[in-house]
Design a protein around this ligand. Structure first.
Ligand code: MG
Length: 344
């Protein structure tokens, strides 16, 4: 098999402000793995907080291409991914781009959609939330009008204006909300007070209220919180579950954090054994990585796979959102078609 990769930059429709920063773009790398004239597509999305960029991903993929070149087919994904994972500790997004491309290629070779490998029914997909980042009230209202078909909104909090933002949203919609604080609340007491205030506002859950390594604070909060507390930045890979399971009610699984579908599936199974809720999330990603994650979505309690909705230069067509419901197609692999090449 042959591995190729191309850097690309995703542009947000609106500046994307969360508790820790504001961004207008996200660096990504698109991978292709070719075998018998078929191409499997993958993607690495690298928001800065992951500590990975196009250069480190390209360096990693250059090394990984030698391993991929040793295999004639993608059929033993677990074995290949174990070797890819062992190359370096980090580069989880670059690893995910390989894992996604291998799954896409395997599906294409065997003419099967990926969800069928886990015996999932495509009718059982959840709705996706759509993210409303921190902004001025008039922009928040405009954004909400633009996503009127989506039944769940994900609200970014963790600024000085949290209550104002919720009041603004409640002035124009009573849809259920999920809340993502992105580590933005300063103390566990402040977090508990805010959660009690949020409780009567039709909130599904609160994601990452405290700093990612504040496990004792998160455990204190989870014991007292009237709303489910979900780990995102605190939970990267399968081995993190041992710690996180005692401090949160659920976890946000993202392919870019956990090296792809192979490990994401294992995390879901382990989470269920530990009676944790599962949110399937994403970074800013094209329809390539989102369509890959969507293959696992029938296993999730909630999904937040809105990446393609937030960007203006998608490269792929794949999973659709029909009135917010994740809608898989019958195409083999991850179910995507490439719309154009990376060069603008
Ligand atoms: Mg989050």
């Amino acid at each position: 098999m042959t591995l190729r990769y191309t850097p690309y930059t995703l542009e947000f429709k609106y500046p994307f402000r969360i508790a820790i920063n504001t961004r207008i773009e996200t660096p990504i790398v698109i991978t292709e793995i070719e075998c018998d004239g078929l191409i499997g597509y993958g993607e690495a999305s690298m928001p800065p907080y992951l500590g990975e960029d196009q250069q480190t991903a390209s360096d990693f993929l250059e090394q990984a291409s030698k391993i991929i070149g040793e295999y004639k087919t993608p059929l033993d994904i677990e074995i290949i991914m174990a070797r890819i994972d062992a190359v370096r500790i980090k580069n989880t997004a670059a690893k995910a781009s390989i894992d996604i491309a291998l799954h896409d290629l395997k599906g294409k070779l065997e003419n099967k959609p990926c969800y069928s490998y886990w015996n999932l029914q495509k009718e059982n997909t959840p709705f996706t939330s759509v993210t409303i980042a921190i902004d001025k009230p008039e922009i928040i209202i405009k954004k909400i009008e633009e996503v009127v078909a989506f039944p769940i909104l994900k609200i970014k909090l963790g600024s000085e204006d949290d209550k104002k933002i919720i009041r603004t949203i409640r002035s124009c919609t009573d849809k259920p909300l999920s809340v993502d604080v992105n580590q933005g609340w300063k103390t566990k007491e402040q977090a508990l007070e805010m959660i009690y205030w949020l409780r009567d506002n039709n909130i599904l859950f609160v994601e990452q209220p405290l700093l990612k390594n504040d496990f004792s604070g998160s455990a204190w909060l989870a014991e007292r919180s009237p709303l489910p507390i979900i780990a995102d930045e605190s939970m990267q890979r399968l081995h993190d579950l041992e710690t996180v399971k005692n401090c949160f009610h659920g976890i946000n699984i993202k392919l870019m954090k956990c090296t792809g579908l192979t490990e994401a599936y294992k995390i879901i199974i382990a989470a269920r054994k530990n009676k944790l809720k599962v949110l399937l999330g994403c970074m800013s990603e094209t329809s390539c990585a989102i369509s890959a994650a969507a293959q696992l979505s029938p296993l999730a309690d909630w999904a937040d796979l809105d990446g393609p909705l937030l960007i203006k230069n998608d490269l792929f067509e794949g999973v659709k959102f029909v009135n917010g419901k994740i809608t898989l197609n019958d195409l083999p692999g991850i179910g995507v078609k490439k719309l154009r090449e990376e060069k603008k």
